[in-house]
Design a binder for this molecule. Structure first.
Ligand SMILES: [Zn+2]
Length: 260
């Protein structure tokens, strides 16, 4: 674990006053759940949050283990990965600065069913799981926003379940690159083909073929450990419909959340 230091973040009324630029500095907050909290809830949470840096490939929760800490993701990219006994894996969730790792805790569960692993360097605000359990009854907006995030992640997982079964690897690779691009807000994606293979639940050679197709089409370039997105509209054309289906539902729910 890479806690760099504890922070004194001066946040007088709410996290919204510190809205960051997504650059992961400790004086601001970019996590979209924290930014929605009213001042009284922000003041309750603030003393309990610790700013931490996330290393690439850092495991925040291992499948089957007790969840000791929860994480409000501030920058970077976090995957939820399903592991099989034979060592194979496939990604069932992906999040960035809108995200939270440790959802079972909010409903009184202690163990993680999947691995939560950082796919890029990033930052997060960490809290002890027991502390969150104690504070949630005092923080109805936090409780609501965490449950809404859980709905978004479940919706995404259902789409990815269909995607992983029904769509070709080049379409899935394009879908994954689009999602990562949006979450990282960057055209530079620090990803190896081995990692992509694990995320897409397929062999590395299949990922190489699919990446070669996108490269030849002028959509991406890649070097060892790094993918650069050259043309987002071409990437959207290359992706299956799952990316737009997820975006469409997120947009609908965002509009519906304004109604209440
Ligand atoms: Zn798909």
């Amino acid at each position: 674990m890479t806690a760099v230091h504890d922070f004194n973040i001066n946040i007088p009324q709410s996290f919204a006053g510190t809205k960051g630029k997504g650059n992961g500095d400790a004086q601001s907050v970019s996590n979209e759940i924290l930014l929605k909290l009213p001042g009284n809830e922000a003041n309750v949470l603030l003393p309990k949050l610790e700013f931490v840096r996330l290393r690439i490939h850092q495991v925040l929760h291992e499948a089957g283990d007790n969840i000791k800490s929860v994480y409000f993701i501030d920058t970077g990219l976090l995957s939820i990965v399903n592991l099989q006994p034979d060592g194979k894996s496939v990604e069932v969730g992906l999040m960035g600065k809108g995200g939270f790792a440790g959802l079972p805790v909010i409903d009184g569960f202690r163990t993680s069913p999947n691995r939560a692993v950082a796919q890029a360097e990033g930052t997060a605000y960490r809290m002890e799981a027991d502390t969150l359990r104690q504070l949630l009854p005092q923080c109805p907006v936090l409780n609501r926003e965490l449950h809404r995030f859980g709905q978004r992640l479940a919706m995404q997982a259902m789409q990815l379940a269909a995607c992983n079964r029904l769509h070709e690897v080049d379409e899935r690779l394009a879908r994954w690159l689009l999602m990562s691009h949006d979450l990282l807000c960057s055209n530079e994606l620090p990803l190896t083909q081995e990692l992509l293979g694990q995320m897409l639940g397929t062999r590395r050679s299949s990922v190489s073929l699919a990446a070669g197709m996108l490269h030849r089409a002028g959509v991406i370039t890649y070097t060892r450990g790094n993918v650069t997105l050259l043309d987002k509209s071409k990437l959207e054309n290359a992706a299956c419909d799952c990316y737009s289906a997820i975006q469409h539902q997120l947009k609908n729910w965002e509009a519906e959340s304004q109604e209440n």
